[in-house]
Every structure is written in structure tokens, then in C-alpha cells.
Ligand binder design. Structure first.
Ligand SMILES: Nc1ncnc2c1ncn2[C@@H]1O[C@H](COP(=O)(O)OP(=O)(O)OP(=O)(O)O)[C@@H](O)[C@H]1O
Ligand SMILES: [Mg+2]
Length: 442
């Protein structure tokens, strides 16, 4: 096999090893990127397309195993080669099932290095050309959209179908479910990814300005219009315009949008002339548009034009299986950002997260994990989670019960969470200890 010019990232805390590797790799015409820590490596991976990762295992702070896990999750097709001074780690490599294709023990000869690189790269080529990629692999290829529940897999399959055509899409879902992420995935995974993606928050732009912002205006169209200007639609030419919170667009703007969808043309404010546009429209909403149609605050004809394809992003409470994966992603992100290492979470804390109902969805989960990373010194435990998560009642069984029974159950729950500390429990419940005792006896 011929060696090709590829970007290779080498990660080792030993500068001498980095130097040796670099010399060899450059002599074969590879581009070399060097990192002395996992944190640096992650930053390089974000910015650069890397063709092979060569990493040491034992490093201070975050070790090579964590890097391999991270890369397997976020860059599943990137081949990995481990260079280690500890041959006995072979077993642990098998154990983490991370898809490491080969390993090389130090010291190694130039010839051995060359063989190992060839092997790593050719195995990964086979893997990439295999037509039979599992959904999980495809899912991982979406990088940002984490989750393996049926609901998120359905969304990912739809994205796959939509990404290369310009059908209008309406993304529906509660706040924080990932609607914008879905819109971005449709754009950036498809063949129009090089054209612009323009996001417009229809709720954040004052009603009287939205029209001019969207379609542009001519000089003198209104006070303050000092020169001709293009709008967001012209800026998105060839690409995607994302109309977030479409339910907040005024009826006047809705009428204009309908025209855009019907005629594929826009008219600048103050102009008579139409301009042809070539833009994919993705709209998003967390309000009930059908209800708005009933109340005559949303145009029915626009609704049907927008919903050529509908994507429903389910609330997190309906896909709780995704919680561990999302937590892992956020632990890595904030662990590296705040503590320079991967922070772990106890199973107890994770089960509190799984029990909670997440009204603010993934955005709320991300905030909770971020805060917990800051609050904890080593491992995140129940104590690092906000109180309202710890004491939520699980109403999953449908039996309806008298208030007194629920009250008692809740008091017992708070007592368990405080390790049976009555003073603390009374404080949380904002009642005195005597009342607490009385309520338990009732
Ligand atoms: N499946 C997912 N995997 C990883 N991160 C996610 C996922 N879904 C959402 N997020 C993250 O959660 C946050 C909220 O997502 P996003 O802004 O797309 O939600 P939204 O539905 O547009 O919310 P809003 O209605 O409040 O605007 C973002 O930081 C996003 O990256
Ligand atoms: Mg949004």
C-alpha cells in the first residue's frame, strides 16, 4: 500500500517520543499535528480533519483511554493507533472495546511504525467502504446529535432523507429539545453545506423590523433606511434559512412568507421588483400552530406550505434512555473545560437524573451537569445536584392518592435524601421539627 499525504495527530506527554514520531512521519510526507495532552488533542480534532490518531495511554490528567473513548464516540471512522510503553495494557484495550485497530510497544523501529500505520489505515478503509453501516454508526456520524433512543433515531433517519433536497421543513418540539441542532444537521450534513446557513429568531426581532430584516429594503423605504440593503433571504442564497419561533411572526410577515414559499421570490421593502431566490426554508416552533390557526393568529395556508415535512423532536422525558449518553457528553465537555479532566458521576446521581421529568429538556440537563462539574471536587454525587431534582416525586404509577398519603411519602423521601436528618429535612420542608414528627405519626 502506498503511503499518502494525510494529517496525523500524535499525542504523548513525552516530547522526545513526539519528536521521534514526527521525524519518521514527515519522512513519509505526512502532515503532523502534535499534542502533549488530551485537552490539546481534542482542540486540534475540532479544528482539523485528521486521518489517523496516534496516542500514548499513560498521561497525566486525562489519559489516553479517555481520548480513545471520546474519539470513538465523536469521530467513529477515525483510525487509532496506540503507542505504549506498557505491553500489558493489551487486555485493557480489549476491555474498552473502543475499536483500537493496533498498538505498538515502545521502543519501536521505523519499520514497525510504518507497518502499524499501514495496517491501521487499511482496516479503517475497509470499515468505511462497507455498505452495511449500522444505524448506530450513522447516528454517531452526526457528531453533535447524541442519543440512541428510537425517537432520536427516527429524527436522524429523517435528517438523512432531507439533507440533500430543498423541501421546506417544520421542526416542532418543546423548548430545549434540540430543534436548532436538527436544522443545522440538515444543512451541514447535506450537499448544500458550503452555502450559508442563516438563523433568524422571529421572536427576537421587533415586529416592525422583521419584514425589512428578512427581505431587505430600498433606500428611503422608511425613516432610517439610508441605503439599499439585502435581507436574510438574500444572504442565505443557495443555502438554508432557519426561521426560529415562526409562531411569533406577525400576520403581515406571514403573508409575505407565504408569497416567498409559493413564488420562490422576494420583494424588498419599498420595492416593486421581485427577486428570484433559491433557499431551503426550515422553520421551528414550540407553540401549537393548529391552536393558533383556530385563534386566527396563524395563517392556515402558510401552515400547510411550511409542513411539507414535519419533524417532531420528542421531549427528553419521552426518551430517557438517551440521558446517560448525553450526560457523558456534557461530563466530558465541562470536565475538560473546568477541571482539565474527565469527571465521573455515581450511579446514584445518574438515577436521580433519570427519574426527573426535564421540563427544560436537554438544555436543562446540560445546565445541571455543568453546575455539578463546578460544584464537585472528584466524582459527582447526589449532593451536587440541585434540590428540586432530588426531591421530585415519581408519579409514574397511575394510582391517585389522597394528599395526606402523598405528603407522607414525600416527607419520607426527603428524610431518605438527608440521611434521616430530621433538622435538615424540616428545613427543606420549611416546617418545624415538631410538625414533622406529628405528620409522620398521622
Ligand atoms: N441530541 C442532542 N445531543 C447533544 N446535544 C443536544 C441534543 N439536543 C440538544 N442538544 C443541546 O441542547 C441545547 C439546546 O438545543 P437547541 O438550541 O437546538 O434547542 P431548541 O429546541 O432550539 O430550544 P428553544 O426552543 O429553547 O430554542 C443546545 O446546546 C444543543 O447543543
Ligand atoms: Mg432554538
Amino acid at each position: 500500500m502506498q503511503l499518502r499525504k494525510e494529517n496525523i495527530l500524535i499525542v504523548d506527554d513525552d516530547i522526545n517520543v513526539l519528536e521521534v514520531l514526527q521525524r519518521h512521519l514527515q519522512s513519509w510526507n505526512y502532515h503532523v499535528f502534535k499534542a502533549v495532552s488530551v485537552k490539546e488533542a481534542v482542540a486540534i480534532l475540532r479544528d482539523t480533519k485528521i486521518g489517523l490518531l496516534i496516542t500514548d495511554l499513560k498521561m497525566p490528567e486525562i489519559d489516553g483511554f479517555e481520548l480513545i473513548k471520546f474519539v470513538s464516540e465523536h469521530y467513529p471512522n477515525l483510525p487509532k493507533l496506540v503507542v505504549t510503553g506498557y505491553p500489558s495494557v493489551q487486555n485493557s484495550l480489549v476491555a474498552i472495546k473502543s475499536g483500537v485497530v493496533d498498538y505498538l510497544t515502545k521502543p519501536f523501529t521505523k519499520e514497525e511504525l510504518k507497518l502499524a500505520i499501514n495496517k491501521s489505515m487499511s482496516i479503517s478503509e475497509e470499515k468505511n467502504t462497507s455498505a452495511n453501516k449500522s444505524i448506530k454508526e450513522k447516528n454517531e456520524a452526526y457528531g453533535e446529535i447524541i442519543g440512541n433512543s428510537e425517537k432520536i433515531n427516527d429524527v436522524i433517519q429523517l435528517i438523512d432523507r432531507l439533507k440533500d433536497n430543498k423541501a421546506t421543513v417544520l421542526v416542532k418540539g418543546e423548548s430545549g429539545t434540540g430543534k436548532e441542532l436538527v436544522a443545522r444537521a440538515i444543512h451541514y450534513k447535506g450537499k448544500f453545506a458550503r452555502a450559508p446557513f442563516v438563523a433568524v429568531n422571529c421572536g427576537a426581532i421587533p415586529e416592525n423590523l422583521l419584514e425589512a430584516e428578512l427581505f431587505g429594503y430600498l433606500k428611503g423605504a422608511f425613516t432610517g433606511a439610508e441605503s439599499n440593503r439585502n435581507g436574510f433571504f438574500q444572504a442565505a442564497h443557495g443555502g438554508t434559512i432557519f426561521l426560529d419561533e415562526i409562531g411569533n411572526a406577525s400576520l403581515a410577515v406571514q403573508t409575505r412568507l407565504l408569497r416567498v414559499l409559493q413564488e420562490k421570490e422576494v420583494i424588498k421593502v419599498g420595492s416593486q421588483k421581485t427577486e428570484k431566490i433559491d433557499v431551503r426554508i426550515i422553520a421551528a416552533t414550540n407553540s401549537d400552530l393548529l391552536d393558533m390557526i383556530q385563534k386566527q393568529t396563524f395563517r392556515e395556508d402558510l401552515f400547510y406550505r411550511l409542513t411539507v415535512v414535519e419533524i417532531n423532536v420528542a421531549p427528553l422525558r419521552e426518551r430517557k434512555d438517551d440521558i446517560p449518553l448525553l450526560v457523558d457528553k456534557f461530563l466530558f465537555k465541562y470536565g475538560v473545560e473546568y477541571k482539565d479532566r474527565f469527571i465521573k458521576m455515581t450511579p446514584e446521581a445518574l438515577s436521580v437524573l433519570k427519574r426527573y421529568n426535564w421540563p427544560g429538556n436537554i438544555r436543562e440537563l446540560e445546565n445541571v451537569v455543568q453546575r455539578a462539574v463546578i460544584m464537585s471536587d472528584k466524582v459527582i454525587d447526589v449532593e451536587h445536584l440541585p434540590n428540586h431534582l432530588k426531591y421530585t416525586l415519581d408519579f409514574s404509577d397511575d394510582a391517585l392518592e389522597p394528599l395526606k398519603v402523598i405528603e407522607k411519602k414525600y416527607i419520607e423521601k426527603v428524610l431518605r435524601a438527608t440521611g434521616n436528618n430530621k433538622t435538615k429535612a424540616a428545613q427543606i420542608l420549611k416546617i418545624d421539627r415538631k410538625t414533622l414528627r406529628q405528620k409522620l405519626l398521622d
